[in-house]
Design a protein around this ligand. Structure first.
Ligand code: ME8
Length: 651
C-alpha cells in the first residue's frame, strides 16, 4: 500500500522551533510506523518562501528575498537530521518545477472559468497575508496578530471558491476521517454554515514582486497560499509522473490548528476546480505553549529543537513530544516535564527493565536466548504476559493509525510495567539458587523477558529509532531490525534460541536537573545499596519521606477569581492560606470564576513564584486530570472532605 504524508511547508522568516519540530517528528514517526506495516511511504516537508512577509523580513535584514530564503531553508534542512527526521523529499516553493506547476494549475483553473478579475475592498492582515471578515476580528483586531487590519481596495484575480461550498460540506459529512480530530471537523462545518466568499489569489506587482507571476497577467503575482498548497502536488510530480495518481490517492496532511482554514477549505476546493480528488485525511494538532504561556520571540521563551536534543538526547525529545501532547489539544512544555519523562519513563521503566533483563540472561543463560517455551511449561503469569503483549500490538496499531500517539505509547508502557512486575514476582535470582528451578523455570522466565523486549523494540522503532535499534542489536536482532514488519510479531516465539545477547548497552543515562530548574514534585533518584543479587534496585524512581516533606501542601480558600485576559486556560485566583496570595491556575477550560469562589482547594504553598501572562503566581493549585475516551482531558480540583481552616497543612 502507498502512503504519502506531508508536513506544512514552513515560512522562511523564523528559525525552527519546538512547534515545527513537533509536526515534523509526528510525520516522521507516522511514516516509520507505516513502513513497519509494510507500506511504501513518501514523506515530504519543505519551506514556503514567497509572499509579503518574506519580502519584508528580507528587506529588514538587508538581503534579497532569495538570499534570505536560502539561509532559512538551509536552517530547516539542517535541523531534521538532529531530530532523526528523514523526509524523502524537501521541497522549496522557489524550486523551478514548483513555479512551473503553480503556473500550469493557474492556467488550468483559469481556462475552466474558475478564476475571474474584479475589484475588491476589504480588511487585510499582513501577518495572515489574507483579507479577514468582520466576524473574524476581535475588538477590531486580527486575533492572531493583535493588529488592526488595513483597509485595502484593489483590482485582483479571484478563485470561485463559493462554487464548491455545497460539495465541500457534503464531502466532509460523508467522510468522517477527512478532518480529525472531530473538534476541527466541527469547526470547519460551522464556518461553512455561512456563505463562503471567493478567494483573492493575486497581488499586484506594484505592491509585491516576490511571488510567482500569473501566467495570464504578468502585472500580478500569485497569492502565497495558492502557491504554497500546490507544493503537495509538485513534490509527487503532478501531473505526469507515473506514480502520481497512486501517491495522490494516498495523501495525508499534518498541520496545526493555525492553518486549518487554508487546508480544510481553500485546498479541497482548489483540487476540485483542477479536477482532482481531495486528499484522504487532514490531521490537525494543537499548539505547544511553554510553561503555560504562548511561545514567542518577544517573550524570549522560544524552544529550539537542537538545544533540547543537546540536553536530553534525540530519542527523549521525540518520546516526550509524542507522549506528552494529546494530538489535537494544546500542551505545555516545561523542562521539569521532559526531565520527569526522561528519568521516570525512559531511564527507570524502560532502561532498567532492559539492563536488568539482559544482565540476567547474561548471568543465568550464558548470554544466549533460551529455548522456546513449550505450552505445558508456561504458567498463567506467562500466558497473561503473552496475551497483554498481543493486545498491546492491536492497541498500538490502532492508536498510531489514528494519530493518538500518546495512547500508543501508553499501551507500550503498560507492557513495560507488566514486564517489570513479572521480574519481581518471578525473581530469577531466587530461581537460580535452586538447581531444579534453574534448569526448568528460569529459562522460561528469561525467554519471556527477551521476547517481550523484542516486541517493545519493534514498536518503539517509529518513535525512538536509535533506542529501538540499540535494543534490537543487544538482543542479537540487529540485522533483522531494518526489515522487520509488525505482522512478523504475530505468534510469540520470534527470537531464535541460542541468539547471543549483548548486555553492555545502556539506553538512557539519567539527566540531572539543570541548575536553574526548581525541584519537580516528581521522582528524584534514590540509590539504595543492598545485598540483593537483583541487578537493579527496585525502588528507583521512588521518593523518600524527607523529600515528600519538602513539599508544603496547604488548604486554601479561594476568595476571588477572574479570567486572565487573552488566555483561554488561565484563571487568576486570590486565595487565603491563611495569608492572602495570588495563584494563576490553568483551569479556565473547566471552571468559571464563579464556580471556584468560596471553595477550599489544595495548594503547593512553597513553589518558587513564577510569572504567567505577566501575573506573578505564588503557588500551584492541585487538580486531578482524567483522560477521556476521545483523547481529551477532564480536570477536577482537589479539595478536602470536610470543613477545615484555610491554611491547614496537608500531610
Ligand atoms: O503557516 N505549536 O508556516 P509556519 C505547534 N507557510 N505547532 C506549531 C507551533 C506551535 N506553537 N508553531 C508552529 C505556515 N507550529 C505556512 C504553511 S502549508 C502549505 C503553508 C507548526 O512556518 C505547525 O505545524 O507559520 C503549524 O501549522 C506550522 O508550524 C506553521 O508554520
Amino acid at each position: 500500500m502507498p502512503t504519502y504524508v506531508t508536513t506544512p511547508i514552513y515560512y522562511v522568516n523564523a528559525m525552527p522551533h519546538l512547534g515545527h519540530a513537533y509536526t515534523t517528528i509526528v510525520t516522521d514517526a507516522y511514516s516509520r510506523f507505516r513502513r513497519l506495516c509494510g507500506d511504501e511511504v513518501r514523506f515530504q516537508t519543505g519551506t514556503d518562501e514567497h509572499g509579503e512577509k518574506i519580502a519584508e523580513a528580507a528587506a529588514k535584514a538587508g538581503e534579497t528575498p532569495r538570499e534570505y530564503a536560502d539561509r532559512f531553508a538551509a536552517a530547516f534542512r539542517e535541523t531534521w537530521p538532529h531530530l532523526a527526521v528523514e523526509p524523502d523529499y524537501i521541497i522549496r516553493t522557489t524550486d523551478p518545477d514548483h513555479v512551473a506547476t503553480v503556473q500550469r494549475i493557474l492556467q488550468l483553473v483559469h481556462d475552466r472559468g474558475d478564476i475571474y478579475f474584479s475589484e475588491y475592498s476589504g480588511l487585510y492582515c499582513r501577518g495572515c497575508e489574507r483579507f479577514l471578515t468582520e466576524k473574524e476580528l476581535v475588538d477590531g483586531k486580527c486575533p492572531d496578530h493583535l493588529v488592526e487590519p488595513l483597509p485595502i481596495s484593489e483590482q485582483n484575480y479571484f478563485f470561485r471558491m463559493s462554487r464548491y461550498q455545497d460539495w465541500l460540506i457534503d464531502h466532509i459529512k460523508t467522510h468522517p476521517e477527512f478532518i480529525t480530530p472531530e473538534r476541527y471537523r466541527n469547526e470547519v462545518l460551522s464556518f461553512l454554515s455561512e456563505p463562503l466568499e471567493d478567494l483573492c489569489i493575486s497581488r499586484p506587482t506594484s505592491r509585491l514582486t516576490w511571488g510567482i507571476p500569473l501566467p495570464f497577467d504578468d502585472k500580478f503575482v500569485t497569492y502565497v497560499w495558492f502557491d504554497a498548497l500546490i507544493n503537495y502536488l509538485t513534490g509527487i510530480g503532478y501531473p505526469d509522473a507515473p506514480d502520481f495518481p497512486r501517491s495522490w490517492a494516498a495523501a495525508e496532511h499534518v498541520i496545526a490548528k493555525d492553518i486549518l482554514k487554508p487546508h480544510a477549505i481553500y485546498w479541497p476546493t482548489m483540487l476540485r476546480a483542477m479536477g482532482l480528488e481531495p486528499f484522504q485525511r487532514l490531521h490537525v494538532h494543537g499548539y505547544w505553549n511553554v510553561d503555560a504561556t504562548k511561545m514567542s520571540k518577544s517573550l524570549g521563551n522560544v524552544i529550539r529543537p537542537k538545544e533540547l536534543v543537546d540536553t536530553y538526547g534525540v530519542d527523549t525529545v521525540r518520546y516526550f513530544v509524542l507522549r506528552e501532547m494529546s494530538f489535537g489539544l494544546d500542551s505545555s512544555f516545561s523542562s521539569e516535564a521532559i526531565l520527569a519523562r526522561h528519568n521516570a519513563d525512559l531511564a527507570n521503566d524502560l532502561g532498567n527493565l532492559f539492563s536488568r533483563s539482559l544482565t540476567m540472561i547474561d548471568k543465568y543463560a550464558a548470554g544466549r536466548v533460551p529455548e522456546v517455551v513449550t505450552a505445558d511449561s508456561a504458567l498463567p503469569a506467562d500466558l497473561e504476559l503473552r496475551a497483554a503483549a498481543t493486545t498491546m500490538l492491536d492497541h498500538y496499531r490502532q492508536a498510531m493509525d489514528s494519530f493518538q500517539f500518546h495512547k500508543a505509547l501508553q499501551a507500550v508502557w503498560e507492557v513495560i510495567g507488566l514486564l517489570n512486575r513479572y521480574i519481581v514476582t518471578n525473581a530469577p535470582w531466587e530461581l537460580a539458587k535452586d538447581a531444579d528451578q534453574a534448569a526448568t523455570r528460569l529459562p522460561v522466565v528469561l525467554r519471556m523477558l527477551a521476547e517481550g523486549l523484542w516486541r517493545i523494540a519493534v514498536v518503539l522503532g517509529p518513535v525512538m529509532p536509535a533506542t529501538a535499534g540499540k535494543m534490537a542489536a543487544a538482543l542479537g536482532m540487529g540485522e533483522r531490525f531494518g526489515s522487520v514488519r509488525i505482522d512478523d510479531l504475530q505468534g510469540w516465539d520470534t527470537l531464535p534460541a541460542g541468539t547471543v545477547i549483548d548486555k553492555g548497552a545502556q539506553l538512557f543515562p539519567r539527566v540531572d536537573r539543570p541548575k536553574e530548574t526548581p525541584a519537580p514534585a516528581a521522582p528524584a533518584t534514590n540509590k539504595k545499596k543492598g545485598k540483593s543479587t537483583e541487578p537493579v534496585a527496585a525502588d528507583e524512581g521512588l521518593i523518600t519521606f524527607d523529600q515528600f516533606k519538602n513539599i508544603e501542601l496547604r488548604v486554601a480558600e479561594v476568595v476571588a477569581a477572574e479570567k486572565v485576559a487573552k488566555s483561554d486556560r488561565l484563571l487568576k485566583l486570590t486565595v487565603r492560606a491563611p495569608e492572602e496570595r495570588t495563584i494563576v491556575a490553568g483551569i479556565a477550560q473547566f471552571y468559571e470564576p464563579a464556580d471556584v469562589i468560596g471553595r477550599r482547594v489544595l495548594i503547593v504553598a512553597n513553589l518558587k513564584p513564577a510569572k504567567l501572562m505577566g501575573i506573578p503566581s505564588q503557588g500551584m493549585v492541585l487538580a486531578a486530570k482524567e483522560q477521556q475516551a476521545d483523547g481529551s482531558e477532564r480536570l477536577v480540583l482537589a479539595t478536602v472532605a470536610g470543613p477545615i481552616a484555610a491554611g491547614s497543612r496537608v500531610a
